[in-house]
Each structure stands twice: as structure tokens, then as C-alpha cells.
Design a protein around this ligand. Structure first.
Ligand code: ADP
Length: 629
């Protein structure tokens, strides 16, 4: 006893700090120390028990057995370590018996051996377990898996599972008991639900979580677990009751719904859900928000009417009417939707009614048909363009036919006159047989040769047209003396001059060298000069003027002839065109057309001034040094 007195303060402090009851007995089983907790457990005061035999705390019927145990334990005390965890009955001062758990721990101080007895009241737990037994029948009948864990034992072993638990998990009662619940997680423990559950258990709170668990055969199932801590009258948690519910089907259904919602939301088509009566939006998807520029919150403040721009309110009512009267489930129409920024776009809208808990909703799926509209517009434009092209082609074809007719009449006319002249001359040549008729023969032979030349000239014009059209014309550029060409052309033209006609041409161009196609320049000048002669009366003068302006050369042929009627002037370069005032004069209407073609190909241009019955001036402008190569 004195040992304890010496150390009373430390001992007291320690023993009062622990939660268990502590009784220290000596070898005579006399209580040498007891903490308040233990004294309280047995309903004694602390002092009342000091020095009392331990047997005072043991019911009569167990005393003998206890004595035997104690003596045996004490004789072996040197070998004995902490022993116990035994359930025994205790005796309170009031005479009441109660279950308790005892653990023995021998120790020696100053050659004296003592036994420290740790006592824990089991009455409450026993009561719960008794209750559990009673309730387990009922619990077994429930559909939910029920697990009860001992919160007072290390790692909270399972002390009860019901039948539904075994059905749910595939683990039998014996396979589940005495294990921590976590075996249901396999290694899949990095889950939000599990963390929540741990935190709740740690802080002694209720929780409900959904976690992935695994059946005995490895199948995954979604377990909705409610954890409820059970407290004793002191507020200490003694058990955790877990209620389990296999919600795999529900989770799957929810996943499917979430998937459908995602499809709904992700769809690039615009989907609007609105109330059939008020037309106010209740839901819209991403496509709708994106295309209209509104947020869902903004759309919820407005109605379907307000995003429609293409039709009147009355017309909208008319469209919706069959849905209201329930005789048409689905309606399709085209309109314009108005964006938040006021711009519009064409849409094809499919409306469908859908009942939801008593209220009627309308689902509108809108397809942006801008592309389609653009395509139609483009198509219409293309059709119009093609029609125009066809019209033009038809006109050209008509013009071509007219040209052909003109050509044929021109050819027959142009060939007929020289041919009949040739025929007449040939017939007459045959008649002039006498030697003194040589002069007459020569005159007719000349006329034949002139006629043939004329026809050859016409044919050459045709051939050059053919060449030009086929792009076969090759220009041969070279330096040549302009005066040489002018002299040559004038010389040849002299033969055609009518009585009294005279050609004036410049004499001061001897040194002028041009880099052009010599033959073509000669052809151009010849054509213009021949026309001037042809379309001017006798006794008139024809001037050729040549001017140089920097790098350009201009070549004019001026006559005082019949001129070109004003109304015909715009057609003068058209092929086969001949003015009204020249129809009795021979010609094909090809010359000027060819001249213009060549002049432009050589980098120049041609124009004219003409007054009827006064005369014409044709001017050709060409580069002195051609660089078309
Ligand atoms: P052609 O002289 O063979 O008819 P052109 O093509 O050379 O063909 O001329 C086309 C038309 O232009 C002529 O038919 C004529 O009506 C008019 N023309 C050309 N040059 C003159 C001119 N110097 N004076 C009056 N009319 C002219």
C-alpha cells in the first residue's frame, strides 16, 4: 500500500486519465488502488473499496471459480503477460449483477507483485447485442443489406450482416463477420464517396454515399450506403449501422438519361422546349443558345414568339392550332429566327407536342437552312445565268445564220458579175479571129485577166478570214522602210484609179524605218486606199498622210467620196457589212473587218470619220517598234 501512497499522485493522474476502470490488487487479492471509473462502475466510492478483497466485486456463485482462476494466474504470474478480454459478471454495491470485460496485467514493484485489472462495462453492449438478436430477424427480412460494425473495436469489425447483404454481395455471414467493410471495395478505393464516408465515420456523423463495390465474384455494383453512428448514453459511438442498396440499375438508368441529355445538349441542331400555352422556354440546348446568341436564362425570360421573325403572330397561332386541338402531333414549317443581335437566319422548324406531368410542352427542333437557301439562290442565279448565256448563244446563232445568208448572197453577187464578164469576154475573144482584131482580143483578154484577179482577191479575203479565225496567222516582224511600202501600194492602186482621180502621198518619209509586219502594213494600206478609190467619184483627190508621234505611227487615207451614212457607221467593221449607199458597187464587206483584226493584233487601232457625200478619213495607229513577240 505504501508503495502506492508514495506514488499516489502519478498513479492517480494516470489512472484517472484512462477511459477504462482500473483496479490494482496484491497477491492477497486486496484492492490496493482503484480509479474513479472502476469505483463508479461498481457503484462504490473510491475510498470504500480500497483495502477490500476483490471478491467483494464478484457475485457469490462465481466466487469459487474466480478464486481458482486467480490462484492459478498468480502462481504463473512471472510468465503471464496481459491476459483477459474475458467476459465475466460483476457485482455492484447495490447487489445488481452486470456483465463486464476484464483484462489482467501483472507487474512488480519493490519485489511485490500486483495485478492490474482493467474493467469495462459490457451491459450496454450486451443490451445492444441482445437487441440486435431480437431485431436481426426483422432486419433479415428487409431488402436492403444491413451491416453493423463495432465502433469500439479496432478497425471496426463487422459484427452483423443480414441476409440481404449476402444476397447483394455474394458473401456469406461468416465470410463477412469480423472484417472491415472495405473488402467490398477491392482495390477501387480512390472514390469520392469513400472519402466522404471516411470523413463522416471519423467525425461521427451520418452520411449517405454512392460507391462502386464488388461482389464476391468480382462483379461491380453501385452501392448506395447510409452510415448511421449509434451512440451510448454517454454519447460515445459504439456501433455503425450501414444500410446498403444496390442502385446499379438506377445508376445505369441515370447514366442513360445523362447520355440522352448530353446528346440533347450537344446537338448542333437547335432544340427548344417551351410551354404550349405561354410559349415560354423551359429548356434549350447548346445549338439553340449558340445560334441565337441568348443564354438559357435570357431565353427563359422570353417566348417562342419573340425569336420568330418571318411570320405574324396570327400565322403562328394558325400553325400551332393543330397541336392545341391534338389532331396533329407533328408540324413542320419554315420561318426566320431572330438572333439576340437582331440579325435573322432561315430555319426549318419541326414542332412536336409532349406531355409532362399534366402540362403540355412543345419541342421545337430547328434546322438552320441558310446553306440550303443560299444553295437554292445560287442555283436560281446559275439557272438565270445559263438562260442568259443560252439566249446570247441563240442570238449569236441567229446572227451567224444571217451572216451566212448575207455571205451567200454576197458571194453569188460578187462572183456572178465578174464571171459573166469573163464569159462574155471569152465568147467575144473567140469571135475576133482576124489578125486586125488583135486590139479587141487584147481588150477582152485583159478584162478576163482582171475578172480572174478580182475573183482571186475575193477568195484570198475568204482564206485570210479562215486563217484569222483559226488563229493560224503568224506575224513576221522586221525593220522595213515605210516609204517603200507606201510607194508600192500607191503604184499598184494607180491601175484602179478612175478618170481624174489622184493620190497624194508623202515624199519625205524616206528615212522612216518601222519594225512591223511589212506584208500586213501593205495589206492595211491597200485596203483603205482601194476603198477610197472605189467609193470616190472621178476627178477627186485621195490623200495619204503619215505622222509620227513619239513611238506611234499614224497612217490616214482621206477621200472626198460618197462617205458612210451615219446610221451604218457603227457596223462598218462588222464582217460582211456593207453600207446602204454602196450596194451597186462591188465589194464583200470583209476588208475592213480583216484590217481591224490585224491592226489590233499588231498593237494598234483603227477609226474613221465620215460624212455622207463629203468623204471619209480612215486612220490607223500602230507602234513604230512592235514588241508583241
Ligand atoms: P467592201 O468595200 O468590200 O464592201 P469593206 O470591208 O472594205 O468591204 O468595207 C465595208 C463597207 O464600209 C463598205 O461596203 C462601205 O459601205 C464602207 N466603206 C469603207 N470604206 C469606205 C470609204 N472610203 N467611203 C465610203 N464607204 C466606205
Amino acid at each position: 500500500m505504501h508503495v502506492f501512497d508514495k506514488n499516489i499522485d502519478i498513479c492517480h493522474l494516470l489512472s484517472e486519465a484512462v477511459s477504462e476502470g482500473i483496479i490494482v490488487v496484491n497477491k492477497d487479492q486486496l484492492i490496493v488502488s482503484i480509479n474513479k471509473k472502476a469505483a463508479h462502475l461498481f457503484k462504490y466510492t473510491h475510498r470504500e473499496l480500497l483495502g477490500k478483497p476483490l471478491s467483494e466485486l464478484i457475485p457469490e456463485k462465481y466466487k469459487v471459480a474466480h478464486e481458482g482462476h486467480f490462484i492459478k494466474y498468480f502462481s504463473n504470474v512471472k510468465k503471464a503477460k496481459m491476459a483477459g478480454g474475458r467476459c465475466v459478471q460483476g457485482l455492484r454495491k447495490t447487489g445488481e449483477e452486470f456483465p463486464l470485460n476484464v483484462k489482467f496485467n501483472p507487474f512488480s514493484i519493490y519485489q511485490n507483485t500486483y495485478i492490474l485489472v482493467l474493467v469495462n462495462d459490457l451491459s450496454e453492449r450486451m443490451e445492444i447485442e441482445k437487441n440486435l438478436d431480437i431485431k436481426s430477424e426483422a432486419l433479415d427480412a428487409t431488402q436492403n443489406g444491413i451491416v453493423i460494425s463495432d465502433a469500439l473495436e479496432e478497425d471496426y469489425p463487422i459484427i452483423y450482416v443480414n441476409k440481404a447483404f449476402s444476397r447483394l454481395t455474394g458473401y456469406s455471414k461468416s465470410e463477412a463477420l469480423n472484417r472491415n467493410c472495405r473488402f467490398l471495395q477491392n482495390d477501387d478505393n480512390d472514390q469520392r464517396g469513400i472519402k466522404i464516408m471516411h470523413n463522416a465515420i471519423r467525425s461521427g456523423k451520418k452520411c449517405q454515399v454512392q460507391v462502386r463495390n464488388y461482389k464476391k465474384d468480382g462483379t461491380l455494383f453501385w452501392n448506395e450506403i447510409s452510415i448511421n453512428p449509434v451512440r451510448n448514453h454517454e454519447g460515445k459511438i459504439t456501433h455503425f449501422v450501414g444500410i446498403q442498396n444496390d442502385i446499379s440499375k438506377r445508376v445505369k438508368a441515370e447514366e442513360e438519361i445523362r447520355h440522352f441529355l448530353k446528346i440533347f445538349d450537344d446537338s448542333l441542331n437547335e432544340i427548344y422546349v417551351f410551354d404550349a400555352k405561354t410559349l415560354r422556354f423551359s429548356h434549350v440546348n447548346y445549338g439553340a443558345k449558340k445560334n441565337t446568341g441568348y443564354t438559357l436564362r435570357e431565353l427563359r425570360k422570353i417566348s417562342f414568339k419573340e425569336i420568330i421573325s418571318g411570320i405574324t403572330e396570327d400565322r403562328l397561332q394558325e400553325i400551332l392550332d393543330p397541336i392545341y386541338r391534338n389532331n396533329q402531333k407533328k408540324i413542320t414549317f419554315e420561318t426566320l429566327f431572330k438572333r439576340k443581335d437582331g440579325t435573322t437566319y432561315p430555319v426549318e422548324v419541326h414542332l412536336q407536342s409532349s406531355g409532362l406531368g399534366g402540362s403540355v410542352l412543345i419541342v421545337a427542333i430547328a434546322l438552320d437552312i441558310s446553306e440550303r437557301k443560299n444553295y437554292t439562290q445560287k442555283l436560281e442565279k446559275t439557272v438565270a445565268q445559263r438562260t442568259q448565256e443560252l439566249k446570247e448563244a441563240l442570238l449569236k446563232e441567229k446572227e451567224l445564220n444571217e451572216l451566212k445568208t448575207k455571205f451567200l448572197s454576197m458571194v453569188s453577187h460578187e462572183f456572178k458579175t465578174p464571171l459573166s464578164a469573163i464569159l462574155t469576154s471569152a465568147t467575144l475573144v473567140g469571135k475576133y479571129c482576124d489578125s486586125d482584131q488583135q486590139g479587141k482580143r487584147k481588150k477582152h483578154l485583159d478584162s478576163i485577166s482582171k475578172g480572174v484577179h478580182h475573183l482571186t482577191g475575193i477568195l484570198n479575203d475568204f482564206l485570210s478570214i479562215e486563217r484569222l479565225e483559226q488563229g493560224k496567222e503568224i506575224y513576221r516582224l522586221a525593220d522595213f522602210s515605210l516609204s517603200k511600202i507606201v510607194n508600192q501600194v500607191v503604184y499598184n492602186a494607180n491601175m484602179l484609179l478612175k478618170t481624174g482621180q489622184k493620190i497624194n502621198y508623202p515624199m519625205n518619209i524616206e528615212d522612216e524605218i518601222v519594225y512591223q509586219d511589212e506584208k500586213i502594213i501593205a495589206l492595211v494600206l491597200t485596203n483603205l486606199l482601194h476603198n477610197a478609190i472605189k467609193y470616190s467619184p472621178e476627178d477627186t483627190e485621195i490623200d495619204i498622210e503619215i505622222n509620227f508621234d513619239e513611238d506611234m505611227l499614224s497612217l490616214s487615207v482621206i477621200d472626198r467620196g460618197i462617205g458612210i451614212p451615219k446610221k451604218d457607221q457603227k457596223h462598218i467593221f462588222e464582217r460582211y457589212f456593207r453600207a446602204d449607199n454602196v450596194l451597186i458597187t462591188q465589194g464583200t464587206g470583209i476588208g475592213l473587218n480583216i484590217v481591224k483584226f490585224h491592226v489590233e493584233n499588231l498593237g494598234g487601232n483603227i477609226n474613221f470619220k465620215s460624212i455622207e457625200n463629203k468623204g471619209s478619213t480612215f486612220t490607223v495607229t500602230l507602234p513604230i517598234k512592235n514588241d508583241i513577240e
